[in-house]
Write a protein that binds this ligand. Structure first.
Ligand code: FEO
Ligand code: CA
Ligand code: CA
Ligand code: CA
Length: 716
């Protein structure tokens, strides 16, 4: 997400414990070890050495320790992708690429229409995942599921000199429909050719788009409740569209999870805001793109534009769209294998600005776990634990015909949603968002939120407010997570936080600090704490945690690495010119042999200290090869810089996001989002991503495939 659409507001107004006091209670690692924590906690806090031991015990003897076999790149600020020597980078499926015969062939002056956009790759690629069609060809022929997070109106409407009435006045219906269709999800089959290059398969039966207008189902606690009845769906079981799909996830049964992040801004409410709409930051004047202004046009069908204005107008929810926003803010499940299936919003996983949703370690006979973060300043980290235990007979079988969404019903609609509290001593707690959870003052969570006892739908609709009341830790904007599938350790990026103040300051609240009985309260600013220890945090950090054995409510955490410019006084991980980075965002644990793996880090940086040296980038680190230097503020420190390397740099203006490698590890797929002047050839679909643009082009977000010239595994 670019700063163009990220929320600049802070909607958390809670009066949770100020972390000035938590910090005061912070004890050093040495003190913790003297105190005799559990073996698991010790392993965690003594750093990677302890974790290595655990992995080695699980996996038997090691062969060769994994090492990154490329030279860390210098910074780059060009209109080109840069990769290490011996690698190629190819552009694949840029915005506007036709998916079938109804999609027009792209050319630089193409006038996009709603119909054309519905048959072409959407805009601003973000999270993505691969779904193989067979075990045998899993690394060369698969379905790519891809989020199209938001739009660049200037690029979209370049042939007509820009959008019509972007900031005031009525938007033309055809432009609104086109913009709606440029958002959402693209499913497209891609295939490796004999010469090693990649193409997409035009007209494959799996190819399809989900847009911000596609009919979808609601499932889980909120489905069918009074909270989501609308004129479109009087029984509250359906909605239209998914929006601002940022990061993603996947399930062990072979479905894609796409997550709704900065969706509140496409709506507007000119009346009195609900508590939850206020908390999530709904506009009160005009939606981000003014889609609601096309309402009432003679050409409007089924309130397709009116639904973006959620101001109550009728006698009740069935007469208008006052509840439309409560059908957004979810994790959405898609079955990429079934080209006819509907998308399902899984409300049990909470309602907020979801960055993404990542499965924890999958263990037969145990509940499934999914981690998720709310990407706004001083918001929270969550996990969902399924009520049903995992049956390995349900594991995805490429090519098999089965009702995968019925498995989604089984594992994703019932369970417990928790929010995280990070204690200063390196321990953490998962706090259950159950209606019956007791607060310190003796009330239940339902009572404190003025909900009926047992109103699970109400808790989900008010997820953030419920989390406030439980005393969750406000974080520095949680972005991507990823899980080491062997050890189960979880990594999560905290990208930055301009509203983090010094340890000595008092928190501030959007409501001015008054206690609110009927809702949560939320931070406007929060003082530094152990997990978010830098004031005015411009460069972000990555946390790592491990669940504590059989207790679903306890974990142990540490800071893995701090972003910084090399010459910053707050360069707590000792970064150098060759690996300085800021605003970590995308993250992927790439499991290799022997329980080892590479942690890939992608950036979405707006911090000048680093931006003046390099564009956004992809870094690699082998956690298992690091040794924790006691006394260091983070696992990556001054003594192990050679283990954190810059692998790729994106073109000017972009962020780098979305990431996975093929199962054989010979191709790394990334996305270049909102480039300023790239790719170099304005007409070609596939092309060399490393060619620098000569003049000025209509920019197109695209997937980039990075491969080694010798066909070997990427990174090693
Ligand atoms: Fe869409 Fe949090 O980035
Ligand atoms: Ca970001
Ligand atoms: Ca950005
Ligand atoms: Ca992001």
């Amino acid at each position: 997400m670019s700063k163009e659409i990220e929320t600049q507001h802070n909607f958390n107004r809670s009066d949770n414990e100020p972390f000035s006091s938590v910090l005061a209670r912070h004890v050093s690692r040495r003190d913790i070890m003297r105190g005799g924590l559990s073996l698991a906690a010790l392993g965690m806090l003594s750093g990677i050495g302890g974790l290595n031991l655990a992995n080695a015990q699980e996996n038997g003897a090691r062969k060769t320790p994994l090492a990154l076999a490329f030279e860390s790149l210098r910074g780059s600020r060009t209109d080109a992708v840069v990769v290490p020597e011996g690698y190629t980078a190819q552009v694949l499926i840029p915005w506007g690429t036709p998916l079938d015969e109804q999609g027009p062939a792209w050319h630089r002056k193409q006038e996009m229409t709603a119909e054309a956009q519905a048959h072409c790759v959407g805009m601003h690629h973000d999270g993505m995942h691969a779904f193989p069609l067979s075990e045998q060809h899993a690394s060369r022929d698969f379905l790519l599921a891809l989020n199209n997070e938001y739009i660049d109106q200037d690029a979209l409407w370049a042939p007509r000199g820009g959008p019509t009435n972007p900031d005031s006045g009525q938007r033309p219906p055809d432009e609104v429909r086109t913009e709606i269709n440029a958002h959402g999800v693209t499913i497209v089959r891609v295939r490796k050719q004999e010469d090693g290059s990649w193409l997409h398969v035009v007209g494959d039966a799996h190819n399809r788009r989900f847009t911000s207008a596609t009919p979808m189902d609601l499932a889980g606690p909120v489905a069918g409740s009074d909270y989501v009845r609308t004129r479109y769906s009087p029984d509250g079981t359906r909605t239209r569209g998914t929006n601002n799909n940022c990061a993603n996830g996947f399930t062990p049964w072979g479905t894609y999870l796409t997550c709704e992040e900065n969706w509140p801004e496409v709506f507007v409410n000119r009346g009195e805001l609900n508590i939850d709409d206020r908390r999530l930051g709904l506009p009160t004047d005009r939606g981000r793109y003014g889609w609601e202004t096309a309402a009432g046009d003679a050409d409007e069908r089924d309130d397709e534009f009116a639904r973006f204005d959620v101001t109550p107008r009728g006698n009740g929810p069935r007469d208008d769209y006052r509840n439309e926003t409560r059908t957004f803010g979810y994790v959405v499940e898609v079955d990429p294998y079934d080209g006819q299936s509907r998308a399902v919003k899984r409300t049990a996983l909470g309602r907020f600005r979801h960055e993404g949703c990542w499965p924890g370690k999958v263990v037969p006979g145990e509940p499934l776990v999914f981690y998720s973060g709310h990407d706004s300043r001083n918001e929270y980290i969550y996990k969902f634990v399924s009520a049903k235990h995992w049956d390995p007979a349900h594991a995805s079988r490429p090519g098999a015909t089965e009702d995968r969404l019925a498995l989604g019903d089984r594992y994703l609609d019932e369970g417990t949603l928790y929010v995280a509290r990070f204690n200063a001593d390196g321990s953490g707690e998962w706090l259950p968002l159950e209606p019956s959870t007791l607060l310190a003052d003796g009330r239940t969570l339902a009572q404190a939120l003025s909900l009926a006892e047992g109103d699970r739908a109400g808790i989900i609709v008010h997820t953030c407010d419920a989390a406030d009341l439980l005393g969750a830790t406000p974080m520095d904007r949680p972005e991507w997570g990823t899980v080491d599938p062997v050890s189960g350790e979880v990594y999560m990026t905290l990208t930055n936080n301009s509203q983090r103040t010094s340890a000595h300051s008092e928190p501030t609240y959007t409501n001015g600090g008054d206690a609110i009985d009927a809702s949560g309260v939320g931070y406007a600013t929060a003082p530094t704490d152990a997990a978010n220890p830098r004031a005015d945090n411009e460069s972000g950090q990555i946390l790592r945690w491990r669940e504590r054995g059989d207790d679903a409510t306890r974990f142990d955490w540490e800071v893995f690495v701090f972003g910084a410019a090399a010459d910053d006084t707050t360069n707590l991980s000792g970064l150098t010119e060759r690996n300085q980075f800021a605003s970590p965002d995308g993250l992927w644990y790439d499991a290799r042999d022997d329980g080892q793996g590479i942690l890939w880090i992608e950036t979405d940086n707006g911090y000048d200290g680093v931006a003046e040296q390099t564009n956004d980038q992809v870094l690699a680190v082998v956690p298992g090869a690091l040794s924790h230097d006691s006394g260091q503020a983070s696992v990556v420190g001054a003594g192990n810089q050679q283990q954190l390397k810059r692998f790729a740099v994106g073109p000017n203006g972009c962020e780098v996001t979305g990431i996975f490698a093929t199962p054989d590890k010979t191709a790394l797929f990334i996305n270049i989002q909102h480039p300023g002047n790239w790719p170099a050839d304005p007409d070609a679909a596939t092309q060399d991503a490393t060619h620098a643009t000569a003049d000025s082009v209509r920019p197109r977000a695209a997937t980039v495939v990075i491969q080694k010239d010798d066909g070997g595994q990427v990174g090693v």
